[in-house]
Each structure stands twice: as structure tokens, then as C-alpha cells.
Write a protein of this length. Structure first.
Length: 94
């Protein structure tokens, strides 16, 4: 498992500095959240990302999701994946 802060994650080195700073802030929020509140924090972060003026390509979104969820338990990851899929379906139906 990669324990490096998100801004040092080599998988994200190609991102625009503004995007990376925004993601770093969101990832820090998630990492500082107690385990029993991580899912609601994750949902808030996803909503905040969706409502921000910064956009991410589908490939970047996949990578970000992986980075943000890699330290979650398997149960939390499955929930996050299900929520992401439902959110994607709702967005496509708009």
C-alpha cells in the first residue's frame, strides 16, 4: 500500500498543480476522518468535486477514485464503488 501523501503520489504527477492542490486538500479531509464517518466524508468529497469548477477526465477520475479509496477497508471500497456507479448512472440520465 502506498502511504505517501497524495501530492507525492507518482500516479498523479501529471496533473495540473491547481487540481493536485485541490485533491490534496480533499484527500487530507478523508484521511483525518474517523473510520466510522469515512463513507459520509467520501460522499461529501465526491459532491464537492462534482460541484467545483475543476473537471477531470474519465481516466483521471478513475485514478483519483483509486487513490482516494486505497486505504479504505474492503467493505468501504465496495460501498464507495456502488455509490460511484449509481452516481454515474444518475449523471448519464440527466
Amino acid at each position: 500500500m502506498n502511504q505517501n501523501p497524495i501530492h507525492q503520489d507518482q500516479r498523479l504527477h501529471h496533473l495540473d498543480p491547481e487540481r493536485l492542490a485541490r485533491l490534496t486538500k480533499l484527500a487530507e479531509q478523508l484521511s483525518n476522518t474517523p473510520d466510522n464517518q469515512k463513507m459520509s466524508a467520501f460522499l461529501s468529497i465526491m459532491q464537492e468535486m462534482r460541484s467545483s469548477d475543476l473537471s477531470f477526465s474519465p481516466c483521471e477520475q478513475d485514478l483519483l477514485f483509486t487513490v482516494l479509496t486505497e486505504h479504505m477497508s474492503e467493505r468501504e471500497k465496495k460501498k464507495a464503488m456502488m455509490i460511484r456507479q449509481l452516481s454515474s448512472q444518475l449523471t448519464q440520465n440527466k
